[in-house]
Design a protein around this ligand. Structure first.
Ligand SMILES: NC(=O)c1ccc[n+]([C@@H]2O[C@H](COP(=O)([O-])OP(=O)(O)OC[C@H]3O[C@@H](n4cnc5c(N)ncnc54)[C@H](OP(=O)(O)O)[C@@H]3O)[C@@H](O)[C@H]2O)c1
Length: 322
């Protein structure tokens, strides 16, 4: 599928989906009381099929378990992945673990932490914090710092099809807070989406305490954040990835159809984290399936827009990025 076809599909799906999602139940979001949040490992077994993972993700987790081997010990890194209890985050964690890296997972609560510890028993640790609650995100930053330095942090956690206030906190304000409050790793990787092309920075909403930030808006915000951090921290490596429309629970939010390759959807994060090729060792890049992606929203590379976004985030959260 060409990039153009892929994008047209994504954008038309978004146009169809965003209007109806508020009244839809996302497939498989069966677990948990409103207080607990998240999805539970009900009848889906070890990899939570139908509860927090699709069959495709579970099959890929088994593929990783059976086929991926260790790198030499000297190449091992210490890596934290937010939202590693399902989907792309769990696949990235599983692959990096199988390669012999030390991986710290992240779950929204203790129940989901227990799920991922059962699914991926090799994890060094799992930190918890619900990213829809910014006080929890601040406490999460403290816990991460208590664990000591990381080589890589992957800002993967994301929500789609929930209220805009939650989208804003999980997809945008929490990654900003963690970036600002956690001791900076050698490398940071931010998950965005092609759908960012239809979004807007919504600086007014951020500045005035508003919450009218759609999924697409949140993804142009996080991509612009990544490029701003790359510019502000020139000695560190900071990149962003659009994984494609892939068959995770999020990918199936509008029905069981996702055209892109699941493995390619997490291998760019692995490739960047390992830095095994010269092309994966730069900073300020935006990648789709390991290739630089040139089709970006105009705000993303606009240094003034980047600074305006950082300023709006700082006003909103009272935390300034250093
Ligand atoms: N799938 C696609 O087609 C697609 C396309 C473009 C971009 N992306 C991006 O790729 C990233 C991963 O998406 P995915 O497809 O793997 O989605 P997914 O299967 O729904 O997994 C999302 C992960 O984020 C976690 N999470 C969500 N809300 C959270 C919260 N409030 N606090 C803590 N953790 C939370 C989830 O935890 P629970 O398991 O507890 O819910 C889960 O671990 C996201 O940033 C997404 O926007 C995905």
């Amino acid at each position: 599928m060409t990039n153009m076809t892929r994008r047209s599909l994504l954008l038309s799906a978004a146009a169809l989906g965003m209007g109806t999602l508020a009244s839809c139940t996302t497939i498989g979001k069966s677990g948990g009381t409103p207080n607990e949040g998240g999805r539970s490992a009900g009848n889906g077994g070890r990899f939570g099929v139908g509860d927090y993972n699709t069959q495709e993700v579970a099959d890929e987790l088994r593929y990783i378990e059976e086929n991926i081997g260790h790198l030499p010990k000297s190449d091992a890194k210490r890596i934290l992945i937010t939202g590693s209890t399902g989907g792309l985050g769990q696949l990235t964690a599983a692959y990096l673990l199988a390669r012999g890296h030390s991986v710290v997972g992240h779950a929204r609560n203790d129940r989901r932490a227990a799920d991922v510890q059962r699914d991926l028993p090799g994890l060094e640790a799992v930190v918890t914090g619900d990213l829809s609650n910014l006080d929890e995100t601040r406490r999460l930053a403290t816990r991460i710092n208590e664990l000591g330095a990381f080589d890589v942090i992957i800002y993967n956690a994301g929500e789609y099809g929930v209220a805009n206030a939650e989208i804003l906190n999980v997809n945008s304000l929490s990654p900003y807070l963690l970036t600002s409050l956690v001791d900076a790793p050698q490398q940071s990787i931010y998950l965005t989406s092609d759908l960012h092309l239809g979004g807007d920075l919504k600086l007014g909403e951020l500045r005035t305490g508003g919450t009218d930030v759609t999924y697409d808006d949140s993804k142009v915000q996080i991509l612009t954040l990544a490029m701003a951090v790359a510019r502000r921290r020139p000695k560190l490596r900071v990149n962003a990835v659009a994984p494609g429309w892939v068959p995770t629970m999020m990918g199936f939010a509008n029905g069981p159809y996702a055209p892109d390759d699941l493995r390619a959807g997490y291998m760019t994060q692995v490739w960047l984290a390992e830095g095994s090729e010269p092309a994966s060792r730069g900073s300020g890049g935006f990648f789709f399936h390991r290739e630089p992606e040139d089709d970006v929203h105009p705000s993303v590379r606009d240094t003034r827009a980047q600074d305006d976004l950082l300023d709006a985030y700082a006003r909103r959260t009272e935390v300034t990025l250093r």
